[in-house]
Design a protein around this ligand. Structure first.
Ligand code: ADP
Ligand code: MG
Length: 390
C-alpha cells in the first residue's frame, strides 16, 4: 500500500491510464459487522457499520463503447466492449478482481435498454482485502455509484446495493448476502445500520462509542478467507436444509422457542447451525435494544455470546480468531467477537479508550506465544456510506 491517500492514488492511476483528469471520483467504505453473522442470507437481522477505510473510483467517459478498468491492486488493465459484458461467461477470461467492477457494470445494465458511454475506471483502496472488512462491497459500491451517476440511471441506494450483490453472486460467483452492500451504501458517521435482510428495511442507530469513551479495535488475523470456496457454501446449505426440514421459508421465521423441536427433527450438525442463526438473530435484536436503553458499554456480553455461538455451533472460527477474542477479553475489553464470514479474517474488540494499548499488546503477545503470524490491529470509526468525492 502506498502512503498516498487512496483518493489521490485513484486519480494518479487514472491519469497514468488516460493522460487526462477524471470526470469525477466516487467512493464507498468497507464495513465491520458489530453483530449478526451469517444471518443475512437467512432473511434475518444484522447490525453493521461502515468504516473510514474506503475504495475510490476515478471515472472518465470515452468516445467509444468500451469499458476499461485498472486497479492499484494489479498491473493489468482490462478492457471489454460494453456489448460483450456477459457474465458468468466473462469470468473465464478476465482476472478475478476485474469481475467485481465489470460485474457491477453488467448488473447495472441488466434490464435497461440504455446504450451508455464507454468509461475508464481507475480504482484504489485502503480497505484491507480478505480481512472480513468487505473490500468487495466497497469496490462494488464505488463502481455502482460512479456508473449510476455517469450513466444517469437514477437508482437509489438500496437498488445500488442490490446491483452490488448481483455482481458478487452472479458475476464473481460468491454466494454472499446483502449486508455488506447495504452497509457500504447506507453507512452514517457514529451509527450502525440495523438491517432487516428480508424487507430491506434499514434503521440508523446511534452507537455513541466515543461519547462512552470506547473504541472499536479490529484485529486482522491476516489469515485469509475466501467466500467462493468450501465452508461458506456448506453453511448456507445447512441453513437451507434446516429451514426446509422445519417447514419455514427461512431460519428468520424460527424463534428461540422453536429450538427444542428443531433438536428433535434435525441431525446434530444441522441443529447447531440452526441454533446459531436463531440465537444470533435474537442477539441482534437484544443488542439494538440494549444500546438504546443502556448505551454501548452494556453490549459486551452479547458480543461474547455471539463469538461462542460461531465457534461452537456454527464452527466458522479459527484458532487465531479465538486467541484474539480471548486475549482481548483477558486484557479488559468490554466485548469481543470474530466478525465477517469466518475461516480467517478479523475479530473486533470493544475497548475503553485507556485500555486500547493494553489490549493491543496482549493480543500481539498471545499471537507470538501461539506461534501465529503477527496480527494487524487498528481502530475503526463508524463512517458515512457511498458518496461522490469530486
Ligand atoms: P473481503 O470482501 O472480505 O475483503 P472478498 O473475498 O469478498 O474479501 O473480496 C476480496 C476481493 O475483492 C479481492 O480478492 C479482489 O478480487 C476484489 N477487490 C477488493 N478490493 C479491490 C481493489 N481495490 N481493486 C481490485 N479488486 C479488489
Ligand atoms: Mg467480501
Amino acid at each position: 500500500m502506498t502512503t498516498a491517500s487512496p483518493q489521490a492514488a485513484a486519480r494518479a492511476l487514472f491519469t497514468d491510464l488516460t493522460g487526462s483528469e477524471p470526470d469525477g471520483v466516487w467512493s464507498s467504505p468497507g464495513r465491520v459487522n458489530l453483530i449478526g453473522e451469517h444471518t443475512d442470507y437467512n432473511d434475518g437481522f444484522v447490525f453493521p457499520f461502515a468504516i473510514e477505510h474506503r475504495t475510490f473510483v476515478a471515472l472518465g467517459t470515452r468516445d467509444d463503447a468500451v469499458i476499461r478498468v485498472a486497479s492499484t491492486f494489479d498491473t493489468q488493465v482490462v478492457e471489454v466492449a460494453i456489448a460483450d459484458l456477459d457474465f458468468p461467461a466473462l469470468r473465464e477470461t478476465v482476472p478475478e478482481w476485474a469481475t467485481y467492477p465489470l460485474g457491477v457494470a453488467w448488473a447495472i445494465l441488466q434490464g435497461t435498454d440504455a446504450a451508455p458511454a464507454g468509461v475508464d475506471l481507475a480504482i484504489a483502496s485502503d480497505v484491507p482485502v480478505g480481512a472480513g472488512l468487505s473490500s468487495s462491497a466497497a469496490i462494488e459500491g464505488a463502481v455502482a455509484s460512479a456508473l449510476n451517476d455517469t450513466w444517469g440511471l437514477g437508482l437509489d441506494r438500496v437498488a445500488l446495493a442490490k446491483i452490488g450483490r448481483k455482481a458478487e453472486n452472479e458475476a464473481v460467483g460468491a454466494p454472499t448476502g446483502i449486508m455488506d452492500q447495504m452497509t457500504s451504501m447506507l453507512g452514517r458517521a457514529d451509527a450502525a445500520i440495523f438491517l432487516d435482510c428480508r424487507s430491506f428495511e434499514a434503521e440508523v442507530v446511534d452507537l455513541g462509542f466515543s461519547a462512552a469513551g470506547l473504541e472499536l479495535l479490529v484485529i486482522d488475523t491476516q489469515v485469509s478467507h475466501s467466500h467462493s470456496t468450501g465452508g461458506y457454501r456448506e453453511r448456507r446449505d445447512s441453513c437451507e436444509l434446516g429451514a426446509a426440514t422445519m417447514g419455514v421459508p427461512a431460519l428468520r421465521d424460527l424463534g428461540v422457542d422453536d429450538l427444542p423441536r428443531a433438536q428433535e427433527l434435525l441431525d446434530d450438525v444441522t441443529f447447531r447451525r440452526v441454533r446459531h442463526i436463531v440465537t444470533e438473530n435474537q442477539r441482534v435484536l437484544d443488542t439494538v435494544a440494549t444500546l438504546r436503553a443502556e448505551g454501548p458499554t452494556a453490549i459486551g456480553d452479547l458480543l461474547v455470546a455471539s463469538h461462542a455461538s460461531m465457534r461452537d455451533d456454527f464452527e466458522i472460527s479459527v484458532a487465531e480468531l479465538d486467541t484474539a477474542v480471548e486475549a482481548s477479553l483477558a486484557a479488559g475489553a468490554v466485548g469481543a467477537r470474530m466478525t465477517g464470514g469466518g475461516f480467517g479474517g478479523a475479530a473486533i474488540a470493544l475497548v475503553a479508550h485507556e485500555k486500547v494499548d493494553a489490549v493491543r499488546d496482549a493480543v500481539t503477545a498471545a499471537f507470538a506465544e501461539a506461534g501465529f503470524g503477527a496480527p494487524n490491529i487498528f481502530t475503526v470509526t463508524p463512517s458515512e456510506g457511498a458518496r461522490r468525492d469530486a
